[in-house]
Ligand binder design. Structure first.
Ligand code: GAL
Ligand code: CA
Length: 351
């Protein structure tokens, strides 16, 4: 009888201990370590540099007692072949997630095959692969911005500036003579931004005359060169410069400065991105307006999705379009409220 009682006590104790263990969530002594591989197309691109800085901040902020995130950044310097090699190295180094800003958005197959072999999901960002490529595997995602919205907003900003300023049509011929400075050919943001900006201007009743459309690959120095040629070709006829991004709008302004053109014959300039230098140019009155390409929200979405994929938790809270896409919004920026954007960025950077 006595033995049986002891036995029962032991069993009760064991059951209690077991239930205690299974009820309390396991607290690992050391956090789970995870490497995040970020492959970007070109770190000499102003916007991409600022976007990847935001991404690093986000991964730092998401590091906690349970998850220790280390981000490794690789720069393909514009070459898809470099990027394929870099992705291979990142996978060999044990990255558990890849964030890829493709060098050639039409050529992701090698990277997709490598990642699938290693069972490592990919979040593409900023340079959108075509839909068929994203369908190659269910662990492929895209985070970016809606190019149509950026173009439409640029068109609305330009139309508003032209309609409120009788001097915009400098030769008073009832038409706005304009040039476009475009990003890389084949980039979703180049084709769509130009189309939507121009069509929005037309729909808002602005008569347009296109003088030229030049490719400057998102690059300030190239845009300056192109613009110098355009100014020498068209002299003072150019009334409006639509640039697919801020750096190219700033390159166009550089060209006028270099040629010492008097202020009264300067065209109106419009950019997209709201980079630090772009916002400053709006504040200084050199750039008429820009469209804010919300890098902080893009970086936050990429990081949140990355952590959900690594930890296997929280993915159901994320809202996707067609199960794979996340698009973040843009904002219009004019001299009237540019300070708000500048101080928003300062607060984030001070954190
Ligand atoms: C665009 C941005 C450009 C350039 C490009 C690179 O979204 O507006 O400035 O950074 O991405 O893919
Ligand atoms: Ca005119």
């Amino acid at each position: 009888m006595k033995i049986n009682k002891t036995k029962i006590h032991r069993i009760i104790l064991a059951v209690t201990l077991l239930s205690l263990v299974s009820c309390s969530s396991p607290q690992p002594d050391t956090p789970q370590k995870a490497r995040v591989g970020v492959a970007c197309y070109n770190q000499s691109d102003t916007y991409i540099r600022q976007l990847t800085d935001c991404l690093r901040d986000q991964f730092d902020q998401l590091t906690n007692d349970q998850l220790d995130l280390t981000m490794t950044l690789r720069d393909a310097a514009g070459s898809q072949r470099n990027q394929d090699d870099q992705v291979k190295e990142l996978l060999d180094a044990g990255c558990s997630i890849l964030c890829v800003n493709l060098a050639d958005r039409a050529d992701p197959s090698e990277i997709i095959d490598l990642a699938r072999d290693h069972k490592v999901p990919i979040i593409f960002f900023n340079r959108e692969p075509v839909a068929e490529d994203l369908m190659q595997w269910d662990q492929l995602y895209y985070v970016g911005a809606d190019a149509k919205q950026a173009g439409r907003m640029q068109g609305e900003l330009a139309a508003a500036a032209i309609l409120s300023n009788a001097q915009a049509d400098r030769n008073h011929d009832g038409k706005i003579q304009y040039v476009v400075l475009e990003g890389e050919p084949g980039h979703q943001d180049t084709i769509i931004r130009t189309e939507y900006a121009v069509n929005t201007l037309k729909n808002m009743g602005i008569q347009l005359e296109k003088l030229s459309c030049q490719i400057a690959n998102w690059n300030r120095a190239q845009a300056q060169n192109r613009m110098m040629q355009l100014i020498s070709q068209h002299q003072n006829q150019i009334e409006l410069v639509l640039a697919n991004n801020d750096d190219m709008a700033l390159g166009a302004i550089d060209a006028y400065k270099k040629l010492n053109v008097t202020e009264s014959v300067l065209p109106l300039f419009f950019g997209i991105d709201g980079t630090d230098v772009g916002l400053k140019a709006v504040a200084d009155g050199e750039l008429s307006a820009t469209v804010y390409n919300y890098k902080e929200a893009q970086a936050a979405s990429i990081a949140k999705l990355a952590v959900a994929l690594i930890s296997g938790q929280g993915i159901e809270e994320i809202e996707f379009k067609d199960e794979k896409y996340i698009y973040l919004p843009h904002f219009k920026v004019t001299a009237d409220h540019v300070e708000k954007f500048i101080s928003y960025i300062d607060t984030i950077e001070d954190k």
